[in-house]
Design a binder for this molecule. Structure first.
Ligand code: HEM
Ligand code: HEM
Length: 180
């Protein structure tokens, strides 16, 4: 754990990871919303979708190292301390966010793989199609789940951001400063 003006903060690598992964998730959402705007079959559409894959795969690559770092560095206490229910809500939200960072990109990869598609980035195959017999119906279901989770987490992430701002501007505690 490190500190600023004697106040405890999240360890530097955890703070860095938090903001890098925030940017990557933002990009994954941005690209998937942009790609719909371009005509099917166009190179721009394919490249924007590849950018979605790239941002998502980077999240997948970082999530386990982040959890490993987290297991080595405790979460610094918040001053003034939170009530029992606030602590619990925070813990639940953070667990859901970690799960999302792990499961969402895996579902994306599975959608492609089960549909018999390789994971390609700008024409370069990073993971060839591994299944001998693709299952288009299952792939479609996985895509639906990926899409639902994507929608639900707009709200969970929104709640998380509102909570951070509430702590900083209303409760005037050091929750946000610990992550900066
Ligand atoms: C943090 C990571 C990710 C987030 C937040 C995310 C989110 C989303 C969202 C919101 C959609 C839109 C679904 C809709 O149209 O309703 C989507 C579609 C999709 N995502 Fe992801 N995704 C992530 C990672 C990945 C990864 C790693 C892959 C595969 C390498 C992937 C593959 C796909 C595919 C194939 C679609 C469907 C695109 C289409 O409509 O043809 N995603 N994703
Ligand atoms: C994609 C968006 C985001 C994701 C996935 C995310 C994920 C997470 C996770 C998993 C934690 C738990 C850290 C731990 O205890 O190990 C966390 C903590 C935190 N995040 Fe985010 N975050 C996001 C965006 C943001 C934004 C935009 C802000 C600021 C406005 C923010 C502020 C914080 C703060 C202050 C904490 C510490 C909370 C505490 O210790 O109680 N996060 N975040």
């Amino acid at each position: 754990m490190s500190s600023i003006d004697g106040q405890p903060r999240f360890a530097a690598p955890l703070r860095r990871m938090h903001w890098i992964m925030f940017a990557l998730v933002l990009l994954a959402y941005l690209f998937i919303n942009l790609f719909e705007l371009f005509p099917k079959g166009s190179a721009t559409r394919a490249n924007i979708l590849a950018s979605h894959f790239l941002a998502g795969l980077a999240v997948l690559l970082l999530v386990l190292p982040r959890l490993w770092l987290r297991s080595r560095h405790p979460r610094p206490a918040i001053t003034p301390p939170l009530g029992h229910w606030e602590e619990l809500l925070g813990k639940l939200t953070h667990a859901a966010l970690y799960l999302f960072l792990l499961v969402q990109p895996i579902l994306g990869v599975l959608t492609l793989q089960v549909g018999g598609k390789a994971v390609t980035l700008f024409g370069v195959t990073v993971l060839p199609a591994l299944l001998a017999a693709p299952d288009r119906a299952l792939s479609h279901q996985l895509e639906n789940i990926h899409s639902w989770i994507g929608t639900i987490f707009y709200y969970v992430i929104g709640l998380h951001i509102l909570a951070a701002l509430w702590h900083h501007y209303r409760r005037h505690d050091d929750t946000l400063k610990r992550m900066l």
